[in-house]
Design a protein around this ligand. Structure first.
Ligand code: HEC
Ligand code: HEC
Length: 276
């Protein structure tokens, strides 16, 4: 790839495919390239370098990004950081096909799995850092999300869906389903309410700002005290972590929403709602 750029290579490939007669000449180049396959396109991993941004800009862009064409939380967080870099600094940031981040909406295409805002944040980190560096950064973001009362963000000026204060809840979970479910149950607002949309738009700003804080600490070389393992992770891990007596545990999520025997997770297929 030194003497010949990718576009040349693609046109050569086109010519090569067009006629077998050509294969003897450019075909040898093609063969050299083919030897790198598969993964010829994965040779520059995690190579982008983060550039400075204004925090206020990030909050506003992420908040509005949640609503923009309905692209949602994952897009909002990602665009609030990487999209802004693209708008201010151009390439390579501007090359990203941003609309693909819509996939995270509603916990990945409305499946209610991982909170899309967190997917957006972790994806932004992974443009810059591979797993060795990204994993502890992601962990810091996720543990923060589990333990905060959210939303925190207050839009400046007019709100998008709903003016005024909203109740906050601590999700104890990185999952969209649990995070939204606890909030709708506690607040009494339905999942399709304007208040719920406003809540998620504000959380989009919260997650973008936290992700940015983590990125900035990394850029400044001040990232220490990455995260505190949750109490349940410490307790359950004593027996279920690798090398312990029952090493069958995958994951680092807070365990309590699903394994505490809470009212909400007891058997709802029987006598539910309660007959009296
Ligand atoms: C003192 C050790 C110990 C601790 C602490 C511990 N476990 Fe276990 N756990 C076990 C053992 C042993 C088994 C049986 C595993 C097997 O059969 O391989 C088990 C099994 C399980 C199972 C499988 C189903 C069942 O009920 O048997 C679940 C789920 C589980 N543990 C969850 C947890 C969670 C959540 C925590 C933290 C609140 C936790 N465990 C803490 C030792 C422990
Ligand atoms: C989002 C809900 C959820 C969270 C969070 C969660 N678990 Fe589980 N876990 C489950 C479910 C569901 C199963 C499958 C239980 C079954 O077998 O019926 C399971 C299974 C397990 C098992 C045993 C394997 C099995 O299939 O029985 C262990 C051990 C376990 N979990 C421990 C933990 C620990 C420790 C944590 C926290 C680090 C945790 N889990 C977090 C829902 C959860």
């Amino acid at each position: 790839m030194d003497k010949i750029n990718r576009r040349d290579m693609l046109s050569l490939l086109g010519v090569a495919l067009a006629g077998a007669a050509f294969m003897a000449g450019p075909g040898s180049l093609f063969a050299a390239e083919a030897q790198k396959r598969p993964f010829a396109l994965a040779q520059l991993p995690f190579s982008w370098i983060p550039k400075n941004l204004d925090q206020k800009d990030i909050g506003t862009t992420a908040y509005k990004g949640y609503d923009y064409k309905g692209y949602g939380c994952s897009f909002g967080v990602f665009y609030g950081i990487i999209g802004l870099m693209g708008e201010i600094y151009g390439k390579p940031y501007s090359d990203f096909p941003f609309t693909m981040m819509e996939v995270g909406k509603g916990g990945i295409s409305n499946q209610g799995t991982i909170c899309g805002a967190l997917l957006g944040g972790a994806s932004a980190l992974s443009l810059f850092w591979g797993r060795k560096e990204r994993d502890p950064m992601t962990e810091q973001l996720f543990r923060w999300y589990e333990t905060q009362t959210l939303p925190i963000y207050k839009p400046e000026g007019k709100s998008i869906y709903f003016e005024g204060d909203l109740p906050g809840t601590q999700s104890d979970s990185v999952l969209c389903h649990i995070s939204v479910g606890k909030w709708t149950y506690a607040s009494g607002f339905s999942e399709k309410s304007e208040q719920r949309s406003e809540r998620c738009a504000r959380i989009t700003a919260d997650v973008a700002l936290k992700t940015w804080e983590i990125i900035q600490a990394k850029m400044d070389g001040t990232s220490v005290n990455w995260f505190e393992k949750s109490a349940s992770r410490k307790l359950c891990g004593e027996c279920h972590d690798t090398g312990k007596e029952s090493p069958i545990l995958k994951g680092k999520m807070e365990c309590s929403p699903c394994h505490s025997g809470a009212v909400g997770t007891q058997n709802k297929f029987k006598d539910h709602p309660s007959p009296n």
